[in-house]
Write a protein that binds this ligand. Structure first.
Ligand code: NAD
Ligand code: UGA
Length: 358
């Protein structure tokens, strides 16, 4: 298959590119404005195209025409940006993404659209004042209502833009026959996620902040106490599912939405901080390494005004199990250990030190 990966230079894109090329049966065109992570991959079936999808519509259209399936990963995906630049998030994650949908419809191409588990928003338990801890509510793709917070909490612009894009795809499907599949990732983690804030400016997702603390000694900050839950999915498990969706055996994924997650990997953010510290101390600590404090910080101090958190996110993955025969394998411990090992080795290589012994 000739696959066009838009946003291929990011965390999911680079891991997906590598996996698609491994089998030697697909040709991948990797489109991004950023190439550093893709530089690690050398393969005759990989073509990199440096393209800003917002500025060169003609090149984008030609790329759509030239491929069998279009995978759209382009988005701003870090919560700090939802608070800092809600309009920028709307423009890229909805307006620019909509153009890709329109081109796929115009040229009758199948699109695989990356959405987010954030479209589910808050649990209904939390909105009636129940403690989500006592009310696990797995999110089901075609059943669960999508609950966003008030407009003044503009963090929800990301989830709202993604939700509207999903609704537009559905409408294109029923009115114009567009063939699409939608993916809702639940907190993927693994090698090449984001960046460390001591090495690059910006405000990445939580794993990178905590890793930064362990390697550079900055405090590990728990936003509003770190009591909210996440369930982390290892990138290799996720990519395995994404490839099945892309290959779309017997058309089983036509006009389907899929949760991709590992429901039993749940922990609170405070527990994540403790687990990362424990793993670091037991497996990676060397003389002279820092020992960061775990401290509380308010959401307003950390993100600014307009933040609100998703309290609990549990994926129901029955659809992926039944239609794709997929089952994620990596436990919480393994997800965190393997991702930490990647960052520790990268850091050691930078210092001219030997990698962690297997
Ligand atoms: P990422 O930020 O690592 O990757 C996004 C890529 O898009 C980046 O490489 C960026 O350079 C590229 N990009 C941005 N603007 C562009 C433009 N104008 N033209 C071309 N390329 C551009 O994010 P990710 O974690 O790999 O996420 C990929 C997709 O999956 C996003 O749509 C995100 O919303 C969604 N998602 C990811 C997760 C997760 O767990 N990582 C969870 C939910 C949803
Ligand atoms: C992420 C992003 O929105 C997207 O990548 C994606 O849509 C989705 O969720 C996903 O990965 O499935 P979120 O999980 O809220 O959102 O992003 P993180 O920055 O990783 O935050 C997780 C939790 O840690 C939040 O409760 C946040 O408040 C907290 N946090 C973050 C801290 O306690 N300390 C930090 O230093 C950073």
């Amino acid at each position: 298959m000739k696959i066009l990966l838009l946003g291929a230079g990011g965390f999911i894109g680079v891991n997906l590119t590598e996996r698609l090329l491994k089998d030697g049966v697909h040709e991948v065109t990797a489109v991004d404005i950023y190439k550093d992570k893709l530089n690690e991959i050398e393969d005759p079936n990989l073509k990199y195209v440096e393209l800003d999808i917002c500025t060169d519509e003609a090149a984008l259209e030609q790329a759509v025409i030239d491929h069998d399936v279009i995978v759209d990963l382009v988005a701003f995906a870090n919560p700090a940006l939802y608070v800092e630049d809600p309009l920028g998030v709307f423009e890229l994650n909805f307006i620019e993404n909509l153009k890709i949908v329109e081109l796929c419809s115009k040229h009758s191409k199948r699109i695989v659209q990356f959405s987010t588990c954030e479209v589910y928003g808050r649990t209904s338990a939390s909105t009636v004042g129940w403690d989500p801890k006592d009310h696990p509510q797995p999110f089901v793709e075609d059943e669960t209502p999508l609950i966003m917070g008030p407009i003044k909490n503009h963090r929800w612009i990301y989830a709202s833009a993604k939700q509207l894009l999903e609704r537009v795809l559905h409408a294109y499907g029923i009115q114009k026959g567009l063939n699409y599949s939608i993916i809702r990732p639940f907190n993927f983690v693994g090698p090449r996620i984001d960046f460390l804030p001591s090495e690059q400016a910006g405000n990445p997702r939580v794993f990178s902040h905590f890793m930064n603390g362990l390697l550079y000694g900055t405090p590990m900050q728990l936003v509003d106490g770190g009591g909210n839950f996440r369930a982390y999915t290892y990138i290799d498990d996720a990519v395995d599912c994404i490839v099945r969706i892309l290959e779309n055996k017997d058309g089983k994924c036509d006009r389907q939405i899929f949760n991709i997650g590992k429901p039993d990997n749940e922990l609170t953010i405070a527990e994540l901080a403790e687990l990362m510290k424990k793993i670091f101390n037991e497996h990676f600590r060397q003389d002279g390494d820092p020992d960061p404090e775990i401290v509380d910080v308010s959401a307003e101090e950390f993100y600014g005004e307009g933040y609100e958190d998703c309290d609990r996110r549990i994926a129901n993955i029955d659809k992926a199990r039944e239609l794709l025969g997929w089952e994620p394998e990596y436990s919480t411990y393994d997800v965190i250990f393997k991702t930490m090992e990647y960052f520790v080795n990268k850091h050691r290589a930078k210092q001219g030190e030997a990698p962690v012994e297997a």
